[in-house]
Design a protein around this ligand. Structure first.
Ligand SMILES: Cc1cc2nc3c(=O)[nH]c(=O)nc-3n(C[C@H](O)[C@H](O)[C@H](O)COP(=O)(O)OP(=O)(O)OC[C@H]3O[C@@H](n4cnc5c(N)ncnc54)[C@H](O)[C@@H]3O)c2cc1C
Length: 444
């Protein structure tokens, strides 16, 4: 019998499998897709990298990915705007009449966001799980005494913040949802593609691609995992499928999951966040800016375009759709989406915007093996729900993945750390988080 079955070959599952294999266990990874990486997925069909899932390391300081990137010798480019920052790097901000901010306007804008953020923290210091980010934002803005236009610009920015960081509308997100959202150090992206990391982690592991898990049954001797290709048995199982897949009941658990785990799965939200990459025949935006941003109501729905030309070596902008709007665009054709984004850009740059010569559009909410982009703390849930999901069930069933890691949910490094935690629980021993890039001994 196997020691451990890992369901899902994303970064969480691969981390757990690698650590357990290195510790001498017999491990099999069952993955429904025909590739590893899950929500880390680099599309190289055009001859350069387009990261359709994760792009950024959100903060290099105290991040296990930093050493892994160095050990694998991966090229990175500094790009510290990945967490919807208001400033800190050159951003071409445009006001409601589509004019570029001057220096005073930029200073005022950054000061306003700082003031609003400080007041927001006060506003939520005593609020419970049932208050939404929206209600807390409105209380904050009422306290500022700002005129309508000044307050509205910050209001719209806060709305876009939950759409990008949570993949959800501001009314759906708990006021405390972004409490843990601190970025430590610079952010970077990957010219060679982010999925080089899961592909490296997969080397030497027994991974069964194209194997969809349908049921997990706990028994006195361990677990049985049913797949469309037959059953597997092991002493323990680590399930790393996305929260959206668990919420949809795509895997049947027997006996039923206890409330301590089923409750958090039901309460937490699964956000939708999609990417639209546009490749242009030539660059029409100013040199040296990290992003073009449209403020206020003219910035609804499209508002921020990130210059990712350093990744592809081509003139490319990346924009995002988050929350309900991300789900809406999944029903639109590519042509409709591109026309909508280009129209918004022409609102700022006019005829200088040429027709794009290429586009890449994601649809994560309709992907049956993701059913969303990443988890968030919905109204009525809390950060503790993330970690509660990972509490071992009957000592044989463990959950891992970004949604289970309360300190850093919705990130690659949070998912990686959740895989580490699951491996430690399977072994019942502490494991150093090192050696993930070392070659595995094929004999076990
Ligand atoms: C558009 C987008 C942008 C993002 N940007 C960033 C970013 O810049 N930086 C960052 O840190 N994070 C980002 N994230 C989040 C990050 O990608 C995830 O947190 C992380 O990759 C999740 O890893 P995981 O192992 O938990 O899950 P996954 O990578 O989803 O792995 C789970 C695996 O389970 C498989 N699976 C599902 N159902 C079954 C089944 N029934 N049987 C077998 N296998 C199954 C799936 O195919 C998948 O491979 C982004 C995510 C998205 C979608």
């Amino acid at each position: 019998m196997l020691d451990t079955i890992v369901v899902g070959a994303g970064i969480a599952g691969l981390t757990a499998a690698r650590l357990l294999h290195a510790a001498g266990q017999r491990v099999v990874v069952l993955e429904a897709r025909d590739r590893v990486g899950g929500r880390m997925w680099t599309d190289c069909t055009a001859g350069f990298s387009v990261d359709r899932g994760a792009s950024w390391i959100h903060g290099l300081t105290n991040n296990p990915l930093t050493d892994i990137v160095a050990e694998l010798g991966l090229e990175t480019v500094e790009f510290t705007v990945g967490s919807f920052q208001a400033g800190g790097r050159p951003i071409a901000d445009h006001d409601e009449s589509r004019q570029l901010f001057n220096e005073d306007a930029t200073e005022q804008w950054l000061a306003d966001v700082e003031t609003a953020d400080a007041l927001f923290q006060q506003a939520i210091s005593e609020s419970g799980d049932d208050e939404s980010y929206h209600v807390a934002t409105e209380r904050t803005l009422a306290e500022t005494g700002w005129d309508a236009e000044r307050a509205d610009r910050v209001r719209v920015f806060f709305r876009h913040r939950t759409e990008e960081q949570c993949g959800a509308d501001i009314e759906q997100v708990a006021a405390h949802a972004l409490d843990e959202d601190a970025i430590d150090g610079e952010e970077v992206i990957f010219p060679g593609g982010y999925d080089a990391i899961p592909r490296a982690f997969a080397e030497g592991l027994d991974i069964r691609l194209g194997t969809t898990v349908t049921a997990v049954t706990r028994s006195a001797t361990g677990v049985r995992v049913d797949t469309e290709d037959g059953p597997f048995e092991a002493a323990q199982v680590i399930v790393t499928v996305p929260l959206g897949v668990l919420k949809a009941g795509a895997i049947a658990f027997a006996p039923a999951l206890p409330d301590a785990v089923a409750g958090p799965i039901a309460r937490l939200g699964m956000g939708a966040f999609n990417k639209v990459f546009l490749r242009f025949p030539e660059r029409f935006w100013p040199d040296g800016v990290y992003a073009i941003r449209q403020h206020g109501r003219p910035g609804v729905p499209w508002h921020s375009w990130y210059d990712v030309s350093a990744v592809s070596g081509e003139p490319m902008l990346l924009t995002f759709a988050g929350g309900d709007f991300a789900r809406e665009i999944e029903d639109m054709t590519d042509e409709e989406i591109v026309a909508s984004v280009v129209g918004a850009l022409r609102g700022i740059h006019g005829d200088a915007v040429p027709d794009p010569v290429g586009h890449w559009i994601t649809r994560w909410a309709s992907d049956p093996l993701a059913l969303g982009s990443y988890s968030y703390v919905a109204v009525g849930s809390s950060h503790d729900d993330h970690d509660a999901m990972a509490e071992p069930v009957d000592g044989v069933l463990h959950f891992a993945g970004e949604a289970t890691y309360g300190h850093e949910p919705a990130t690659v490094h949070g998912a990686l750390l959740s895989g580490h935690r699951a491996a430690e629980r399977v072994l019942g021993a502490e494991l150093p988080l090192t050696g993930l890039t070392r070659a595995l001994d094929p004999s076990n």
